[in-house]
Design a binder for this molecule. Structure first.
Ligand code: DGL
Length: 289
């Protein structure tokens, strides 16, 4: 058993699949000294159309798996799991847990600060919209901002297909975002892991004057602050030596590792050097036995 200090442990990240790699990239860019363990629950994706009880169960199993690998902090990259399961995850895991909803909502309010009548739009999966989690996060930071939420489920497969410039993607975006455009938000939260991949399409559809908020980037800022406040920054110097997906980071999936690697290459321009397929079901029972 090697005895490394808690500061040297990696940060755990989980998502329902490959989309959370946008959050991994934001964390990697913001925290070049940290190592990451990423779990994509590719066997059970999508979460965005599932019920609260199911998303909670999956999220807890994923969190327990990552905790069993030895992590110092957990980032729930999946917006749907953050929206639905954060309290249950915190109850089960004796670690700091950071979701993407709070940071994304707070960032939108921060960007529109000073405007009492700020208008904030949120686009996300059906389950995230139905949970009202973004609305509540924005409300906690501003009593007065007007909020409009909208589900854009087809953006997930379009991003995975890398249809970032196709006319079909623009026409789907125009249809989904018609009400949003009318609402004329000052800021629009990209409340789903995949949406930053379609950033340009979304920006062109809602108008160049709308400030887009990438929840993953906002989360990376909060994780950086939390690590500093808690004195948990990794003291081992990696800055300047890291590249995305290098062998200091470890990737796990629950199914279809080859597809994950292909889509990872589309999203990040590189494949994970350490990628393993595992099972997370009943991990807690396994640990007890
Ligand atoms: N990762 C999910 C999210 O951010 C999108 C994909 C899914 O529905 O599982 O909400």
């Amino acid at each position: 058993m090697n005895s490394i200090s808690i500061e040297q442990l990696p940060i755990g990240i989980f998502d329902s699949g490959v989309g959370g790699l946008t959050v991994y990239r934001a964390l990697h860019d913001r925290l070049p000294n940290e190592r990451f363990i990423y779990l994509g629950d590719t066997a059970r994706v999508p979460y965005g159309t599932k019920s609260l009880a199911t998303v909670e169960r999956y999220a807890i199993e994923n969190s327990q798996f990552l905790a069993s690998r030895g992590i110092k902090m957990l980032v729930v990259a999946c917006n749907t799991a953050s929206a639905l399961a954060l309290p249950k995850i915190r109850e089960k895991i004796g670690l700091d847990v950071v979701g993407v909803i709070g940071p994304g909502g707070r960032k939108a309010v921060e960007l529109t600060k000073g405007d009492l009548h700020a208008r904030i739009g949120v686009i996300a999966t059906e389950a995230t919209v139905a949970s009202n989690a973004y609305f509540e996060a924005i409300r906690r930071a501003s009593d007065t901002a007007e909020v409009l939420q909208s589900g854009c489920p087809l953006f997930v497969p379009l991003a995975e297909e890398n249809w970032v410039n196709e006319p079909e993607t623009f026409s789907i975006a125009a249809k989904y975002l018609a009400r949003m455009k009318e609402f004329a938000p000052d800021a629009l939260v990209l409340g789903c892991t995949h949406y930053p991949i379609l950033r340009e399409v979304i920006q062109r559809t809602v108008g160049e004057n709308v400030m887009l908020v990438d929840s993953g980037e906002a989360t990376a800022e909060e994780v950086a602050r939390l690590l500093m406040d808690k004195g948990l920054q990794n003291p081992i110097e990696h800055i300047g030596k890291r590249t995305l997906c290098d062998d200091l980071d470890h990737f796990y999936v629950t199914d279809a590792a080859d597809r994950f690697a292909r889509v990872a290459e589309r999203f990040l321009g590189t494949k994970p050097s350490k990628l393993e397929a595992i099972e997370v079901y009943g991990i807690d029972e396994l640990r007890k036995s």
